[in-house]
Design a protein around this ligand. Structure first.
Ligand SMILES: Cc1cc2nc3c(=O)[nH]c(=O)nc-3n(C[C@H](O)[C@H](O)[C@H](O)COP(=O)(O)O)c2cc1C
Length: 193
């Protein structure tokens, strides 16, 4: 068991193309989704759901992405269309985290959206804990209505992220992080810092 703080301070994204087989097993996928669904959720609304893309189904979703791309860019080169078709075949497992936030008498929609972000983050961290790499991306097709229809999203649902998961090539290099001095202040009467 990796120390929790070590886990949190070593997580890094990998590019989707860097993530390869082996994919998480069925039991590991259950663990990823169980952790993803175990997030703060004001009102216990479960304002999120998950769509798994594995094996050939990734290509079928890619067909919808390619079709939407071609509809937007009728003159696109065939190789560009093929690249779009392969959007979800880069990593062996892709999990779409879907926000299903909606108007509620007591719970602001904003808080429901934040809960979906927490679900996505938990999924990414759980993948890291199991020794896999992950990449939380949206890309253009997360915002394309034709693609969303093909993936079965209702009009009020939104993609919080397509979480790509697979085996990384090795330990990641970190990237610069914001200096705490630039993002943290201490509130207090008369204090400016
Ligand atoms: C909601 C959301 C959507 C993102 N979409 C993309 C994307 O489409 N393409 C991309 O390169 N990075 C995207 N990112 C950023 C990556 O997830 C990642 O944070 C970044 O590449 C590297 O940072 P890290 O190593 O600290 O995770 C997105 C992040 C968030 C939170």
């Amino acid at each position: 068991m990796v120390n929790a703080l070590e886990l949190l301070t070593t997580r890094r994204s990998f590019k989707a193309v860097e993530l390869s087989d082996p994919a998480p097993s069925a039991a590991e996928i259950d663990t990823l989704l169980t952790v993803a669904a175990r997030v703060p959720d004001h009102g216990k609304l479960a304002p999120w759901r998950f769509i798994l893309f594995e094996g050939a189904a990734r290509g079928a979703a890619g067909d919808a992405i390619a079709a939407a791309f071609q509809a937007k860019y009728p003159d696109a080169q065939p190789e560009h269309v093929e690249a779009e078709r392969n959007r979800l075949t880069r990593a062996p497992l892709v999990v779409a985290v879907v926000s299903r936030a909606s108007l509620h008498a007591k719970i602001p929609e904003w808080e429901q959206v934040l809960s979906a972000g927490a679900a996505a983050m938990n999924l990414v961290l759980a993948a890291h804990a199991l020794g896999y790499g992950a990449n939380w991306i949206t890309e253009w097709y997360a915002y394309d209505r034709a693609v969303l229809d093909a993936l079965g999203l209702a009009p009020h649902e939104r993609i919080a992220g397509f979480i790509h998961v697979g085996t990384p090539p090795g330990p990641p290099q970190d990237r610069p992080r914001p200096a705490l001095g630039e993002i943290v202040t201490r509130f207090g009467p008369g204090r400016q810092d």
